[in-house]
Design a protein around this ligand. Sequence first.
Ligand SMILES: [Zn+2]
Length: 410
Amino acid sequence: MNSNNKDRSVIEIIIVLIVVSLIGGGLYYYLSKQMEVPEIIEKPTEEKEEITPPPEEELPKEEVPAEEKPVKKPVVQKCADETPADQCSINKPKYCENGNLIDKCSVCGCNLNQSCNPNGSCSLSKTQVNIMAYIQTGVSGVDETSYRDFIENINKLYFNNDLNIKFNIGGIIWYNRDQSCGTNFYNNDVIMCVGPDKGGYLGPPYYVVGANTNNPFGFSPTGVRAVSHELAHYLGFQDLYWLRSQEPLKTPSSSEIENDLMTDPYNAANVFGEHAKYVLNYNFERLRVGGSNSILYPRSRIASKLRINTGIPNQTCQIYTRERDYVQFNSKINTTPGLTKITDSFGNFQMNIVAGDPADNNFDIYYLDCNGNNFWINSLMTEDCFRQQGTGGGICNIRCLSPGNYCQFY
Ligand SMILES: [Zn+2]
């Protein structure tokens, strides 16, 4: 071997080393690339960790609805009266909305005899009475406008007396001076005959009323009170002026009787008294349900017997009836007793109600003389009995313990 061969060998060795190192480097590169793969694989795990937050973001979302539930809870919250949300209270027309009770009659309705208002509240339905008006022509101050105002003023009078009724004009027919009022109701409840000298009630029982156009009546305040009085007859209440008697046997004073519209329409201060209001309201209900024919008139409400207690046993009582004075519009006590009764061991006696007037089987007042003690009884006491008993025709208990005064229903 020569030096050239040695050189070639050295070169060959170098080449081999280079090749080996190249291969080795390539292998390292390859391996190192493969080593990077796990790093890349790890990256996805890092990405998974990055993806994981979105579910964590969804979790808060789940918590948000959980937080919203308390906000929505008032919707399912009961109201103060235990009504569940979005439901009607048993107390109509209340409705439970957002925890508050509001008026909502469009959904919940109203109680019997009430009607639904646009604002959701309920108010008592007014009893309606339709008037068929016959009006005389040619009367000063009387035309359709003034008549409508007149009826409105009657409505106001009833309203101001806490009487929930409305009179409507169902029809108007004009009649001439040489004619008379018509008698056709044309399906209305009551006929009102308007003209000179037409005051009072004009037909049995009370379905035809007159509106007197003479002074001081007409469509004046006095006329309004007078026709309100007449309409109260139609509605079933009695005249109270018969409960006043003249001297020498003058009835005790009674503010209700003196100040009642059923005694005197001339006095501007007069109003419907307690008994009138009770009966009118009672008949409003009947009228609403059954019409005019169901109105209960005084003779249907009156008791058949009076059981009178004077507190004194074995006492003789003389009972005096009255005569009506149609000029004075009050009564006069007859000078001789119509009946004699003796109290039992409890101080009681019982008597039938005596027909005081052939035209009715009603009574107005009795004057009692029990061994010198004087007592007074009037028909308002039987109204009290009717109110207590809910029916007429029974026995009305009356106690007479205060001489000179009215006895008391008990
Ligand atoms: Zn009258």
